[in-house]
Design a binder for this molecule. Structure first.
Ligand SMILES: Nc1ncnc2c1ncn2[C@@H]1O[C@H](COP(=O)(O)OP(=O)(O)OP(=O)(O)O)[C@@H](O)[C@H]1O
Ligand SMILES: O=P(O)(O)OC[C@H]1O[C@H](OP(=O)(O)OP(=O)(O)O)[C@H](O)[C@@H]1O
Ligand SMILES: [Mg+2]
Length: 381
């Protein structure tokens, strides 16, 4: 599978085009520029290749996440684009720009990758070969959102519907949108029934386009909203195209055809899921006076925040009194969501808990990860 560069796209820097004409290919006379391996999947490499963001805001967080899953990336030289993860045999890590990771997955030059969902959606263009293996790696949160000026004719416009119904937009004078998302943008406008729209593209600082008179609106990534505010722009109701965060993606063909890719995907998925489940939880251990494990369990389970993952683990605490070994106390061990910690402590105390110990959790491995089952079914395995 090869994907050619968008040479034939009619969205050009500073030029305008109607979204309806975006997918019209130009005559084949131009020399073809391919993305990646011109031999396509003929490559007989034996290594498994993982693409990671080489720079930018995704880069450090990606390495940190992998490290926390005991999958540290060993980079011999920071200027080199290839590295390894010693825990995963036969694995080559290639540092690439996020959009190139998606392109190289499609051309068969990478097998796995970590990028933002926005990049997968824009450059993957719903290609069936791309599979999202883990859709929520819990960093890189942002949204792809339409924004318009707070001033002038837009002062009282607060929703996509109101924007669409403005009398100003006609075939001759359409709404001009500046965006780097030249696939997602037109698709969103079409799906939302906005007829008179044109797009232009630039590589950055899109927020300047309305003030410069180059565009009426912009479609760009937003996280804190500071850049929009500082440029007197606002988001509108119904204008969010996509909520994005970092995702693990893989090539369907690689997982099915290339030796070891599916097993490596499984291991990465297991470690990521187990780690991500654990970071939201604490282990809580407490002592409680009681006549039997069952009686203590009844008390613990009477409290809504103390049920744990499967239920509380309760063990007798033995002490020697007057030469006799007895169990007057029981130790209870449960996992509680970090957000519910204080409520859980209050509930524990209310039922006679004491000596409460809290520790962080590193992993929670279940019998099977739900995403693995889903992946196998997606692959028809
Ligand atoms: N403001 C933001 N807040 C949080 N995450 C963001 C934000 N902007 C982008 N991202 C996420 O980080 C990814 C990479 O963004 P980054 O700005 O590092 O690269 P880029 O914009 O593709 O490249 P460059 O800025 O070098 O042109 C985006 O695809 C998105 O998933
Ligand atoms: O809502 P905020 O937190 O203000 O973030 C939004 C800004 O972040 C991104 O730009 P980036 O910093 O990546 O610069 P770029 O335009 O050069 O990619 C995005 O393109 C916005 O401009
Ligand atoms: Mg950027």
């Amino acid at each position: 599978m090869m994907m050619s560069l968008p040479l034939h796209s009619s969205v050009k820097s500073g030029n305008w085009c109607c979204y309806a004409s975006l997918s019209v290919p130009q005559p084949q006379a131009e020399p073809q520029v391919l993305n990646g391996n011109p031999g396509g999947r003929g490559s007989d490499r034996k290594e498994i290749r993982l693409g990671l963001p080489s720079k930018g805001r995704m880069s450090a967080d990606t390495l940190e996440l992998l490290k926390n899953c005991q999958l540290s990336v060993k980079q011999v030289n920071p200027r080199q684009y290839v590295a390894e993860i010693p825990q995963l045999s036969n694995m080559e890590v290639w540092f690439q720009r996020p959009k190139d990771i998606v392109r190289k997955l499609l051309s068969g030059d990478l097998d796995l990758g970590i990028v933002g969902l926005d990049t997968v959606s824009e450059y993957g263009q719903s290609n069936e070969d791309l599979i999202i293996v883990h859709e929520a790696l819990e960093y890189g949160d942002c949204r792809l959102s339409l924004a318009i000026p707070q001033y002038g004719i837009f002062e009282n416009i607060n929703s996509l519907e109101e924007l669409a119904n403005m009398p100003q937009w006609t075939e001759e004078k359409p709404l001009r949108v500046a965006t780097g998302f030249t696939y997602m943008g037109p698709k969103f406008m079409k799906e939302n029934g906005l007829k008179h729209v044109t797009f232009s593209t630039a590589d950055g600082a899109l927020e300047a386009a309305p003030a410069m008179g180059i565009a009426d609106a912009i479609l760009d990534l937003v996280s804190s909203g500071t850049t929009l505010r500082e440029n007197n722009l606002k988001e509108i109701e119904g204008g969010v195209v996509l909520e994005s965060q970092a995702v693990l993606i893989a090539s369907r063909k690689s997982m099915i055809q290339r030796k070891g890719v599916l097993e490596t995907t499984h291991e990465m998925l297991e470690r990521l899921e187990a780690h991500l489940r654990a970071i939201g939880q604490f282990t809580v251990v407490a002592n409680m006076r009681g006549s039997s494990a069952e009686e203590v369990a009844e008390r613990v389970l009477s409290q809504p925040s103390l049920s744990g993952l499967q239920g509380p683990t309760i063990s007798p605490v033995f002490c020697k009194r007057d030469g006799k070994v007895t169990a007057d106390y029981y130790a209870i061990c449960i996992c509680v969501p970090k957000k519910a910690l204080y409520k859980s402590i209050q509930q524990l105390r209310a039922i006679g808990g004491s000596g409460v110990l809290i520790s962080p959790l590193t992993y929670i491995f279940d019998e099977e990860t739900p995403r693995w089952r889903q992946l196998l079914s997606e692959l028809g395995l």
